[in-house]
Write a protein that binds this ligand. Structure first.
Ligand SMILES: CC(C)(COP(=O)(O)OP(=O)(O)OC[C@H]1O[C@@H](n2cnc3c(N)ncnc32)[C@H](O)[C@@H]1OP(=O)(O)O)[C@@H](O)C(=O)NCCC(=O)NCCS
Length: 147
């Protein structure tokens, strides 16, 4: 499957929202994505042919790249596309001049943590009770990759 990475436009938000609403219990809203793009964050979509299969958003703060969102559409998960998108985001951030990539992930999101570990990220700490959850709140695991 040939994967292309293209800068995210506001016109991509309908298919992005459809994916976001399917894969997250607490999805970003249309307004969240629009605000992020308007704030100058770098959004990328991953496309296979005409199909938008994933996306990510990066916020650059001085020499830090913050991975705000990385998502693969449900039918395309577990096929190596998440790793390909993460590798692309890492390389794009290196080229942007970042020296470190930082992210937060739910304590319960073992698949994403496994992906990040496999890509070389290290756990640096946690932010307690950070995310809303079905019962109470859930800790965020903080991870970083030196670029
Ligand atoms: C997390 C996510 C981006 C990973 O993308 P993906 O395309 O499904 O993952 P890949 O097929 O590229 O797998 C990459 C690695 O993730 C891990 N992984 C993937 N699926 C897994 C599973 N079912 N169980 C355990 N680990 C898994 C493995 O380490 C895998 O590497 P390997 O195949 O060499 O063992 C994707 O599953 C997703 O969008 N999930 C829902 C949204 C989300 O959780 N985003 C991250 C928020 S921080």
């Amino acid at each position: 499957m040939k994967l292309e990475f293209i800068r995210m436009q506001a016109t991509d938000l309908d298919p992005i929202l459809a994916i976001e609403n399917e894969i997250y219990p607490y999805p970003w809203t249309h307004g969240n994505f629009l605000d992020s793009l308007k704030a100058g964050h770098h959004g990328w979509i991953a496309r296979c042919g005409d199909t938008l299969v994933g996306y990510c958003l990066l916020q650059y703060i001085v020499d830090e790249a913050h991975l705000l969102n990385i998502s693969i559409a449900k039918p395309y998960q577990g096929k190596g596309l998440g790793r390909a998108l993460l590798d692309f985001a890492v390389e794009a951030s290196r080229q942007h001049g970042s020296t470190v990539m930082l992210l937060e992930v739910r304590d319960s999101n073992i698949i994403a943590q496994t992906l990040y570990h496999a890509a070389g990220f290290n756990r640096t700490g946690e932010r307690k009770h950070y995310y809303p959850a079905k019962q109470g709140r859930e800790h965020a695991v903080l991870m970083e990759l030196l670029l």
